[in-house]
Ligand binder design. Structure first.
Ligand code: UD1
Length: 418
Protein backbone atom coordinates (compact mmCIF):
# COMPACT_ATOMS: atom_id res chain seq x y z
CA UNK A 1 0.00 0.00 0.00
CA UNK A 2 3.03 2.23 0.19
CA UNK A 3 3.33 2.85 -3.56
CA UNK A 4 3.78 6.33 -4.92
CA UNK A 5 4.04 8.12 -8.25
CA UNK A 6 7.05 10.27 -8.97
CA UNK A 7 6.25 12.86 -11.61
CA UNK A 8 8.46 15.40 -13.32
CA UNK A 9 6.06 18.08 -14.50
CA UNK A 10 6.02 20.44 -17.42
CA UNK A 11 5.87 17.97 -20.33
CA UNK A 12 2.98 18.66 -22.73
CA UNK A 13 1.15 15.40 -23.48
CA UNK A 14 0.64 14.43 -27.09
CA UNK A 15 -0.63 11.42 -28.99
CA UNK A 16 -3.45 8.95 -28.70
CA UNK A 17 -4.82 7.14 -25.70
CA UNK A 18 -7.50 4.47 -25.48
CA UNK A 19 -9.74 4.35 -22.43
CA UNK A 20 -10.64 1.07 -20.74
CA UNK A 21 -14.11 -0.24 -19.96
CA UNK A 22 -16.11 1.74 -17.42
CA UNK A 23 -15.41 0.69 -13.84
CA UNK A 24 -18.84 1.83 -12.71
CA UNK A 25 -20.48 -0.26 -15.38
CA UNK A 26 -18.43 -3.44 -15.14
CA UNK A 27 -18.97 -3.73 -11.37
CA UNK A 28 -22.75 -3.74 -11.87
CA UNK A 29 -22.65 -6.11 -14.83
CA UNK A 30 -20.70 -8.51 -12.64
CA UNK A 31 -23.35 -8.26 -9.92
CA UNK A 32 -26.10 -8.70 -12.52
CA UNK A 33 -24.56 -11.96 -13.71
CA UNK A 34 -25.65 -13.45 -10.36
CA UNK A 35 -29.20 -13.43 -11.75
CA UNK A 36 -28.64 -16.39 -14.06
CA UNK A 37 -27.13 -19.87 -13.67
CA UNK A 38 -25.77 -19.62 -17.22
CA UNK A 39 -22.43 -18.17 -18.25
CA UNK A 40 -22.14 -14.42 -18.68
CA UNK A 41 -19.23 -13.08 -20.69
CA UNK A 42 -18.26 -9.46 -20.03
CA UNK A 43 -15.81 -7.77 -22.38
CA UNK A 44 -13.83 -4.55 -22.04
CA UNK A 45 -13.14 -5.30 -18.36
CA UNK A 46 -10.43 -3.05 -16.89
CA UNK A 47 -7.63 -4.53 -14.77
CA UNK A 48 -8.22 -2.41 -11.67
CA UNK A 49 -8.48 -3.32 -8.01
CA UNK A 50 -12.21 -2.53 -7.67
CA UNK A 51 -12.95 -5.15 -10.30
CA UNK A 52 -10.61 -7.56 -8.49
CA UNK A 53 -12.56 -6.94 -5.30
CA UNK A 54 -15.90 -7.58 -6.99
CA UNK A 55 -14.47 -10.79 -8.48
CA UNK A 56 -13.49 -11.82 -4.94
CA UNK A 57 -16.99 -11.04 -3.69
CA UNK A 58 -18.54 -13.19 -6.42
CA UNK A 59 -16.11 -16.05 -5.77
CA UNK A 60 -16.78 -15.78 -2.05
CA UNK A 61 -20.48 -16.18 -2.82
CA UNK A 62 -19.70 -19.31 -4.83
CA UNK A 63 -19.59 -18.08 -8.43
CA UNK A 64 -16.89 -19.18 -10.86
CA UNK A 65 -15.01 -16.21 -12.24
CA UNK A 66 -12.51 -16.62 -15.03
CA UNK A 67 -10.73 -13.40 -16.02
CA UNK A 68 -8.31 -13.33 -18.95
CA UNK A 69 -7.15 -9.96 -20.27
CA UNK A 70 -10.24 -7.79 -20.79
CA UNK A 71 -12.64 -10.76 -20.90
CA UNK A 72 -14.40 -12.07 -17.82
CA UNK A 73 -16.60 -15.18 -17.69
CA UNK A 74 -18.91 -15.62 -14.73
CA UNK A 75 -21.00 -18.66 -13.92
CA UNK A 76 -23.22 -18.52 -10.87
CA UNK A 77 -24.60 -22.03 -10.60
CA UNK A 78 -26.60 -23.15 -7.62
CA UNK A 79 -24.60 -21.91 -4.68
CA UNK A 80 -25.16 -21.56 -0.97
CA UNK A 81 -23.10 -18.53 0.00
CA UNK A 82 -25.29 -15.44 0.08
CA UNK A 83 -23.20 -13.23 2.28
CA UNK A 84 -20.68 -10.55 1.34
CA UNK A 85 -18.27 -10.21 4.29
CA UNK A 86 -16.92 -7.01 5.81
CA UNK A 87 -13.30 -7.52 4.77
CA UNK A 88 -14.46 -7.21 1.14
CA UNK A 89 -17.27 -4.65 1.53
CA UNK A 90 -15.01 -2.27 3.43
CA UNK A 91 -12.63 -2.33 0.47
CA UNK A 92 -15.41 -1.38 -1.91
CA UNK A 93 -18.87 -0.09 -1.10
CA UNK A 94 -20.20 -1.14 -4.50
CA UNK A 95 -20.22 -4.69 -3.08
CA UNK A 96 -23.71 -3.87 -1.79
CA UNK A 97 -24.89 -4.18 -5.40
CA UNK A 98 -25.04 -7.97 -4.91
CA UNK A 99 -28.03 -7.53 -2.56
CA UNK A 100 -30.56 -6.96 -5.35
CA UNK A 101 -29.63 -9.92 -7.58
CA UNK A 102 -29.16 -12.34 -4.64
CA UNK A 103 -32.58 -11.53 -3.19
CA UNK A 104 -34.11 -11.73 -6.65
CA UNK A 105 -32.70 -15.18 -7.31
CA UNK A 106 -32.44 -16.85 -3.91
CA UNK A 107 -34.84 -14.89 -1.72
CA UNK A 108 -32.15 -13.96 0.79
CA UNK A 109 -28.86 -12.14 1.07
CA UNK A 110 -26.59 -10.51 3.61
CA UNK A 111 -24.03 -7.81 3.03
CA UNK A 112 -21.78 -6.22 5.63
CA UNK A 113 -22.76 -2.63 6.39
CA UNK A 114 -20.29 -0.49 4.42
CA UNK A 115 -18.06 1.45 6.77
CA UNK A 116 -16.79 4.99 6.54
CA UNK A 117 -15.76 6.55 3.32
CA UNK A 118 -13.40 9.35 2.37
CA UNK A 119 -15.97 11.35 0.47
CA UNK A 120 -18.76 11.61 3.00
CA UNK A 121 -21.38 9.52 4.76
CA UNK A 122 -22.81 7.86 1.60
CA UNK A 123 -25.97 6.36 2.93
CA UNK A 124 -27.77 3.31 1.53
CA UNK A 125 -31.24 4.06 2.89
CA UNK A 126 -32.73 4.36 -0.60
CA UNK A 127 -31.49 0.89 -1.54
CA UNK A 128 -33.08 -0.60 1.57
CA UNK A 129 -36.33 1.36 1.42
CA UNK A 130 -36.80 0.26 -2.18
CA UNK A 131 -36.16 -3.39 -1.35
CA UNK A 132 -38.73 -3.15 1.44
CA UNK A 133 -41.24 -1.66 -0.96
CA UNK A 134 -40.74 -4.68 -3.21
CA UNK A 135 -41.74 -6.83 -0.24
CA UNK A 136 -38.40 -7.76 1.29
CA UNK A 137 -37.73 -7.84 5.00
CA UNK A 138 -34.61 -5.88 5.92
CA UNK A 139 -32.87 -6.55 9.22
CA UNK A 140 -29.71 -4.81 10.36
CA UNK A 141 -27.81 -6.72 13.04
CA UNK A 142 -24.25 -7.68 13.99
CA UNK A 143 -22.82 -5.39 11.33
CA UNK A 144 -24.79 -7.00 8.52
CA UNK A 145 -27.80 -6.05 6.44
CA UNK A 146 -29.94 -9.14 5.96
CA UNK A 147 -32.59 -9.10 3.33
CA UNK A 148 -35.18 -11.83 2.99
CA UNK A 149 -38.21 -12.23 0.78
CA UNK A 150 -40.48 -15.18 0.18
CA UNK A 151 -41.66 -13.33 -2.87
CA UNK A 152 -41.01 -9.91 -4.32
CA UNK A 153 -43.82 -7.93 -5.92
CA UNK A 154 -43.26 -5.29 -8.58
CA UNK A 155 -44.58 -1.81 -7.78
CA UNK A 156 -43.89 1.90 -8.19
CA UNK A 157 -40.93 3.21 -6.26
CA UNK A 158 -40.10 6.90 -6.04
CA UNK A 159 -36.49 7.70 -5.17
CA UNK A 160 -35.91 10.84 -3.06
CA UNK A 161 -32.68 11.37 -4.98
CA UNK A 162 -31.59 9.83 -8.30
CA UNK A 163 -29.01 7.59 -6.65
CA UNK A 164 -26.99 5.55 -9.12
CA UNK A 165 -26.47 2.59 -6.80
CA UNK A 166 -30.07 2.49 -5.54
CA UNK A 167 -31.45 2.61 -9.08
CA UNK A 168 -29.19 -0.30 -10.05
CA UNK A 169 -29.83 -2.41 -6.96
CA UNK A 170 -33.59 -2.00 -7.41
CA UNK A 171 -33.46 -2.77 -11.13
CA UNK A 172 -31.63 -5.98 -10.26
CA UNK A 173 -34.04 -6.92 -7.46
CA UNK A 174 -37.00 -6.14 -9.72
CA UNK A 175 -35.90 -8.90 -12.10
CA UNK A 176 -36.95 -11.38 -9.41
CA UNK A 177 -40.27 -9.65 -8.62
CA UNK A 178 -43.69 -10.58 -9.93
CA UNK A 179 -45.02 -8.00 -12.37
CA UNK A 180 -43.70 -4.60 -13.28
CA UNK A 181 -41.50 -2.36 -11.12
CA UNK A 182 -41.37 1.32 -12.00
CA UNK A 183 -38.49 3.31 -10.55
CA UNK A 184 -39.30 7.01 -10.63
CA UNK A 185 -36.66 9.73 -10.27
CA UNK A 186 -34.20 7.07 -11.40
CA UNK A 187 -30.57 7.93 -12.09
CA UNK A 188 -29.87 8.50 -15.79
CA UNK A 189 -26.14 7.75 -15.92
CA UNK A 190 -24.82 5.95 -19.03
CA UNK A 191 -23.84 3.05 -16.76
CA UNK A 192 -27.54 2.52 -15.97
CA UNK A 193 -28.21 2.24 -19.68
CA UNK A 194 -25.38 -0.27 -20.01
CA UNK A 195 -26.88 -2.33 -17.19
CA UNK A 196 -30.27 -2.22 -18.92
CA UNK A 197 -28.66 -3.38 -22.19
CA UNK A 198 -26.99 -6.23 -20.32
CA UNK A 199 -30.31 -7.27 -18.72
CA UNK A 200 -32.08 -7.07 -22.07
CA UNK A 201 -29.43 -9.33 -23.59
CA UNK A 202 -30.37 -11.84 -20.88
CA UNK A 203 -33.98 -11.61 -22.03
CA UNK A 204 -35.25 -9.29 -19.27
CA UNK A 205 -37.71 -6.56 -20.33
CA UNK A 206 -36.33 -3.18 -19.28
CA UNK A 207 -37.62 0.12 -20.55
CA UNK A 208 -36.73 3.74 -20.00
CA UNK A 209 -33.10 3.41 -18.86
CA UNK A 210 -31.49 6.79 -19.39
CA UNK A 211 -34.75 8.55 -18.46
CA UNK A 212 -36.08 9.28 -14.95
CA UNK A 213 -38.61 6.42 -15.25
CA UNK A 214 -37.16 2.93 -15.50
CA UNK A 215 -39.50 -0.06 -15.85
CA UNK A 216 -38.49 -3.65 -15.25
CA UNK A 217 -40.71 -6.63 -15.96
CA UNK A 218 -40.04 -9.37 -13.47
CA UNK A 219 -38.84 -12.77 -14.67
CA UNK A 220 -35.50 -14.42 -13.88
CA UNK A 221 -33.39 -15.11 -16.95
CA UNK A 222 -32.61 -18.69 -17.92
CA UNK A 223 -29.87 -17.87 -20.34
CA UNK A 224 -26.45 -16.28 -20.39
CA UNK A 225 -25.01 -13.43 -22.42
CA UNK A 226 -21.96 -11.94 -24.06
CA UNK A 227 -21.74 -8.18 -23.58
CA UNK A 228 -19.06 -5.50 -23.97
CA UNK A 229 -19.07 -2.75 -21.33
CA UNK A 230 -19.11 0.89 -22.39
CA UNK A 231 -15.91 2.94 -22.24
CA UNK A 232 -15.03 4.80 -19.07
CA UNK A 233 -16.19 8.41 -19.38
CA UNK A 234 -14.41 9.46 -16.20
CA UNK A 235 -11.10 8.05 -17.38
CA UNK A 236 -11.68 9.81 -20.71
CA UNK A 237 -12.39 13.10 -18.94
CA UNK A 238 -9.29 12.66 -16.80
CA UNK A 239 -7.12 12.31 -19.91
CA UNK A 240 -8.81 15.31 -21.50
CA UNK A 241 -7.93 17.39 -18.46
CA UNK A 242 -4.39 15.95 -18.39
CA UNK A 243 -3.92 17.24 -21.95
CA UNK A 244 -5.40 20.60 -20.99
CA UNK A 245 -3.32 21.22 -17.87
CA UNK A 246 -0.08 20.30 -19.66
CA UNK A 247 -1.06 22.45 -22.67
CA UNK A 248 -0.77 19.35 -24.79
CA UNK A 249 -2.92 17.61 -27.35
CA UNK A 250 -4.57 14.20 -27.09
CA UNK A 251 -6.87 11.99 -29.07
CA UNK A 252 -8.97 10.01 -26.63
CA UNK A 253 -10.60 6.87 -28.02
CA UNK A 254 -12.98 4.20 -26.79
CA UNK A 255 -15.70 6.38 -25.28
CA UNK A 256 -19.00 7.84 -26.44
CA UNK A 257 -18.45 11.63 -26.33
CA UNK A 258 -22.13 12.14 -25.47
CA UNK A 259 -21.40 10.44 -22.15
CA UNK A 260 -19.33 13.42 -21.05
CA UNK A 261 -20.73 16.22 -23.12
CA UNK A 262 -21.23 18.72 -20.31
CA UNK A 263 -17.74 18.10 -18.95
CA UNK A 264 -16.28 18.68 -22.43
CA UNK A 265 -18.40 21.81 -22.81
CA UNK A 266 -17.15 23.20 -19.52
CA UNK A 267 -13.58 22.53 -20.61
CA UNK A 268 -14.29 24.34 -23.88
CA UNK A 269 -15.78 27.26 -21.93
CA UNK A 270 -12.54 27.47 -19.98
CA UNK A 271 -10.59 27.64 -23.24
CA UNK A 272 -9.69 24.03 -24.09
CA UNK A 273 -10.20 23.15 -27.75
CA UNK A 274 -12.46 20.12 -28.03
CA UNK A 275 -13.54 18.22 -31.11
CA UNK A 276 -15.97 15.33 -30.74
CA UNK A 277 -15.38 12.16 -32.74
CA UNK A 278 -17.56 9.11 -33.17
CA UNK A 279 -15.55 6.95 -30.77
CA UNK A 280 -14.03 9.66 -28.60
CA UNK A 281 -12.73 13.20 -28.97
CA UNK A 282 -9.65 15.29 -29.53
CA UNK A 283 -8.54 17.96 -27.06
CA UNK A 284 -5.95 20.65 -27.36
CA UNK A 285 -4.76 22.77 -24.50
CA UNK A 286 -4.07 26.49 -24.58
CA UNK A 287 -1.67 28.90 -22.93
CA UNK A 288 -4.45 30.81 -21.19
CA UNK A 289 -7.65 29.60 -19.58
CA UNK A 290 -10.72 31.43 -18.30
CA UNK A 291 -12.41 30.91 -14.94
CA UNK A 292 -15.76 29.09 -15.14
CA UNK A 293 -18.25 28.05 -12.50
CA UNK A 294 -19.05 24.36 -12.20
CA UNK A 295 -21.79 22.59 -10.23
CA UNK A 296 -21.76 18.82 -9.91
CA UNK A 297 -25.11 17.12 -10.46
CA UNK A 298 -26.47 13.70 -11.36
CA UNK A 299 -26.15 12.88 -15.08
CA UNK A 300 -26.45 14.70 -17.47
CA UNK A 301 -24.98 17.28 -15.08
CA UNK A 302 -21.27 17.75 -14.47
CA UNK A 303 -19.94 14.48 -12.97
CA UNK A 304 -18.76 14.64 -9.38
CA UNK A 305 -16.08 12.10 -10.36
CA UNK A 306 -14.39 14.77 -12.52
CA UNK A 307 -14.72 17.60 -10.03
CA UNK A 308 -11.22 17.25 -8.48
CA UNK A 309 -9.52 17.00 -11.88
CA UNK A 310 -11.46 20.03 -13.17
CA UNK A 311 -10.30 21.96 -10.12
CA UNK A 312 -6.70 21.57 -11.29
CA UNK A 313 -7.54 23.14 -14.65
CA UNK A 314 -9.41 26.01 -13.00
CA UNK A 315 -6.44 26.59 -10.72
CA UNK A 316 -4.48 27.43 -13.86
CA UNK A 317 -7.15 29.79 -15.23
CA UNK A 318 -7.29 33.57 -14.97
CA UNK A 319 -9.87 34.74 -12.45
CA UNK A 320 -11.99 33.14 -9.77
CA UNK A 321 -14.10 30.02 -10.35
CA UNK A 322 -16.65 28.58 -7.96
CA UNK A 323 -17.12 24.82 -7.86
CA UNK A 324 -20.26 23.63 -6.11
CA UNK A 325 -20.40 20.00 -5.00
CA UNK A 326 -24.03 18.87 -4.90
CA UNK A 327 -23.66 15.09 -4.94
CA UNK A 328 -21.35 14.21 -2.04
CA UNK A 329 -21.19 16.05 1.24
CA UNK A 330 -17.43 16.16 1.78
CA UNK A 331 -15.63 15.75 -1.45
CA UNK A 332 -13.07 18.50 -0.94
CA UNK A 333 -10.67 16.66 1.36
CA UNK A 334 -7.88 16.78 -1.22
CA UNK A 335 -7.94 20.58 -1.48
CA UNK A 336 -5.32 20.98 1.23
CA UNK A 337 -2.98 18.85 -0.88
CA UNK A 338 -3.56 20.98 -3.99
CA UNK A 339 -2.87 24.11 -1.94
CA UNK A 340 0.46 22.59 -0.94
CA UNK A 341 1.30 22.67 -4.66
CA UNK A 342 0.59 26.38 -4.92
CA UNK A 343 -3.15 26.38 -5.62
CA UNK A 344 -5.32 28.97 -3.93
CA UNK A 345 -8.58 27.22 -3.08
CA UNK A 346 -10.88 28.07 -0.23
CA UNK A 347 -13.72 25.83 0.91
CA UNK A 348 -16.99 27.42 2.00
CA UNK A 349 -19.48 24.68 2.81
CA UNK A 350 -20.30 22.92 -0.43
CA UNK A 351 -18.47 25.53 -2.51
CA UNK A 352 -14.82 25.73 -3.46
CA UNK A 353 -13.58 29.16 -4.41
CA UNK A 354 -10.73 28.57 -6.83
CA UNK A 355 -8.48 31.55 -7.47
CA UNK A 356 -6.38 31.01 -10.57
CA UNK A 357 -2.65 30.94 -9.97
CA UNK A 358 -0.03 31.28 -12.68
CA UNK A 359 1.86 28.11 -11.89
CA UNK A 360 1.93 25.07 -9.67
CA UNK A 361 5.00 23.80 -7.89
CA UNK A 362 5.85 20.14 -7.40
CA UNK A 363 5.50 18.77 -3.87
CA UNK A 364 4.93 15.60 -1.91
CA UNK A 365 1.17 15.04 -1.64
CA UNK A 366 -1.17 12.34 -0.52
CA UNK A 367 -4.08 10.79 -2.47
CA UNK A 368 -7.13 10.75 -0.20
CA UNK A 369 -9.44 8.90 -2.60
CA UNK A 370 -9.57 7.67 -6.18
CA UNK A 371 -10.45 10.85 -8.08
CA UNK A 372 -8.49 13.10 -5.73
CA UNK A 373 -5.49 10.90 -6.51
CA UNK A 374 -6.03 11.41 -10.24
CA UNK A 375 -6.30 15.18 -9.72
CA UNK A 376 -2.99 15.25 -7.83
CA UNK A 377 -1.33 13.36 -10.68
CA UNK A 378 -2.68 15.98 -13.11
CA UNK A 379 -1.40 18.75 -10.87
CA UNK A 380 1.99 17.03 -10.83
CA UNK A 381 2.05 16.82 -14.62
CA UNK A 382 1.38 20.56 -14.82
CA UNK A 383 3.70 21.63 -11.99
CA UNK A 384 7.27 22.81 -12.06
CA UNK A 385 9.69 20.30 -10.61
CA UNK A 386 9.02 16.94 -9.04
CA UNK A 387 5.77 15.80 -7.44
CA UNK A 388 5.38 12.64 -5.41
CA UNK A 389 1.85 11.33 -4.99
CA UNK A 390 1.58 8.94 -2.06
CA UNK A 391 -1.11 6.33 -1.32
CA UNK A 392 -1.70 5.55 -4.97
CA UNK A 393 -3.59 2.36 -4.14
CA UNK A 394 -6.60 4.70 -4.33
CA UNK A 395 -5.77 5.46 -7.96
CA UNK A 396 -5.32 1.77 -8.77
CA UNK A 397 -8.94 1.18 -7.77
CA UNK A 398 -10.18 2.88 -10.89
CA UNK A 399 -7.49 3.58 -13.49
CA UNK A 400 -6.05 0.75 -15.54
CA UNK A 401 -2.31 1.18 -16.25
CA UNK A 402 -2.60 4.88 -15.48
CA UNK A 403 1.09 5.69 -15.49
CA UNK A 404 1.81 3.48 -18.54
CA UNK A 405 -0.89 5.25 -20.53
CA UNK A 406 0.38 8.66 -19.43
CA UNK A 407 3.97 7.71 -20.27
CA UNK A 408 2.88 6.56 -23.73
CA UNK A 409 1.76 10.13 -24.48
CA UNK A 410 4.87 11.83 -23.15
CA UNK A 411 4.44 12.16 -19.38
CA UNK A 412 7.39 11.61 -17.10
CA UNK A 413 5.88 9.50 -14.36
CA UNK A 414 7.05 6.38 -12.60
CA UNK A 415 5.79 4.14 -9.85
CA UNK A 416 7.93 3.53 -6.82
CA UNK A 417 7.17 0.75 -4.32
CA UNK A 418 4.04 -1.39 -4.25
C1 UD1 B 1 -21.84 6.02 -8.02
C2 UD1 B 1 -20.44 5.85 -8.55
C3 UD1 B 1 -19.54 6.99 -8.07
C4 UD1 B 1 -20.17 8.33 -8.41
C5 UD1 B 1 -21.60 8.40 -7.92
C6 UD1 B 1 -22.33 9.66 -8.35
C7 UD1 B 1 -20.21 3.45 -8.67
C8 UD1 B 1 -19.55 2.23 -8.16
N1 UD1 B 1 -19.89 4.60 -8.06
O1 UD1 B 1 -21.76 5.91 -6.60
O2 UD1 B 1 -18.27 6.86 -8.70
O3 UD1 B 1 -19.43 9.37 -7.80
O4 UD1 B 1 -22.34 7.27 -8.43
O5 UD1 B 1 -22.29 9.80 -9.73
O6 UD1 B 1 -20.96 3.41 -9.61
N2 UD1 B 1 -27.48 8.51 -1.21
C9 UD1 B 1 -28.36 8.45 -0.15
N3 UD1 B 1 -29.03 7.29 0.09
C10 UD1 B 1 -28.84 6.18 -0.68
C11 UD1 B 1 -27.95 6.24 -1.77
C12 UD1 B 1 -27.27 7.42 -2.02
O7 UD1 B 1 -28.56 9.44 0.56
O8 UD1 B 1 -29.46 5.14 -0.42
C13 UD1 B 1 -26.72 9.75 -1.45
C14 UD1 B 1 -25.23 9.53 -1.22
O9 UD1 B 1 -24.88 9.68 0.14
C15 UD1 B 1 -24.61 10.58 -2.09
C16 UD1 B 1 -25.61 10.70 -3.26
O10 UD1 B 1 -26.82 10.11 -2.81
O11 UD1 B 1 -24.54 11.80 -1.43
C17 UD1 B 1 -25.16 10.04 -4.53
O12 UD1 B 1 -24.96 8.68 -4.34
P1 UD1 B 1 -25.18 7.59 -5.47
O13 UD1 B 1 -25.71 8.21 -6.70
O14 UD1 B 1 -25.92 6.45 -4.87
O15 UD1 B 1 -23.68 7.14 -5.77
P2 UD1 B 1 -23.09 5.69 -5.74
O16 UD1 B 1 -23.98 4.74 -6.47
O17 UD1 B 1 -22.65 5.35 -4.36
Amino acid sequence: MGGRFVIRGGRPLSGKVRVSGAKNSVLKLMAASLLTPKECVIRNVPRITDVETMAEVLRHLGAEVDWQGPVMRIRSGEFEGRRAPYHLVRRMRASILVLGPLVARFGEAAVAIPGGCNIGARKIDLHLKGLQMLGAEVITEHGYIRVRARRLRGRDIYLDFPSVGATENLMLAAVGAEGITRIENAAREPEIQDLADFLRSLGVEVRGAGTPLVEVEGGLPGKGTDHAAIGDRIEAGTFALAAAVTRGELEVEGVNPLHLRLALEKMAEAGVEVEEREDGFRVRGNERYRAVDVATLPFPGFPTDLQPQMMVLLSLAEGVSVITENVFESRFMFVGELNRMGCDIEIKGQHAVVRGVGRLSGAEVCATDLRAGAALVLAGLAAEGVTEVLDIHHVDRGYESFEEKLRSVGAEISRVGT
